[in-house]
Design a protein around this ligand. Structure first.
Ligand SMILES: [Zn+2]
Length: 188
């Protein structure tokens, strides 16, 4: 081809990284709403908001979830069921001072009730609001200061006091109530 003749640099070295990129950068699932900031570090990627919304507003409906076994990527939807999000929403990391609530009963993601979401904010939710016992507990680095719970292993064991101020899914509310009742019964 005439173009190849005119171009002194071989095409191969530039097309190979391009292909690798395409593989590791799938199509965004929520263009205009969130973008994924990818990191080479394990668990280092994050989701950044491309929109500003008032407190409590609907951010996204969860429409691509499929039943799954508990994993570090899954979200608990009831006492004994878990789903995979199958979308860029999976990049919403945990924070002890989150910007979003994941309502797994209504299958929707909303802005937290106590402050608006601003374009450029990290999209985060409080994992114990859906997870009773996390598949992979981890040391939190959310940077929320005194609000940070430290080691995040799910809602179990945090108690009413530890979960105060957080919006919780119905199954977590139920499990916390049972745990508190058991604690009281044991104490008698
Ligand atoms: Zn934290």
């Amino acid at each position: 081809m005439p173009i190849a003749v005119q171009d002194p640099t071989p095409a191969t070295p530039t097309t190979v990284p391009g292909k690798a990129d395409a593989k590791s950068h799938p199509q965004p699932t929520h263009p205009g709403l969130l973008h994924v900031q990818r990191s080479a570090q394990a668990f280092g990627s994050s989701a950044i908001s491309e929109v500003s919304l008032p407190a409590g507003a609907l951010f996204a409906k969860i429409t691509t979830a499929t039943p799954a076994t508990k994993a570090y990527t899954s979200v608990q939807v009831s006492r004994d069921a878990h789903i995979e999000l199958n979308s860029d929403l999976v990049y919403c990391n945990h924070s002890c001072d989150p910007t979003l609530n994941f309502d797994m009963g209504k299958m929707e993601v909303r802005v937290v009730d106590n402050r608006p979401l601003k374009k450029g904010d990290q999209l985060t939710f409080f994992y114990p609001s859906s997870e009773w016992e996390m598949d992979q507990p981890f040391q939190c680095t959310c940077g929320a200061g005194e609000k940070c719970k430290g080691f995040i292993k799910g809602a179990k064991g945090l108690g009413r006091d530890g979960l105060k101020g957080y919006w919780l899914n119905a199954h977590i509310e139920e499990l916390v109530q049972e745990e508190e009742q058991k604690k009281n019964a044991d104490g008698q």
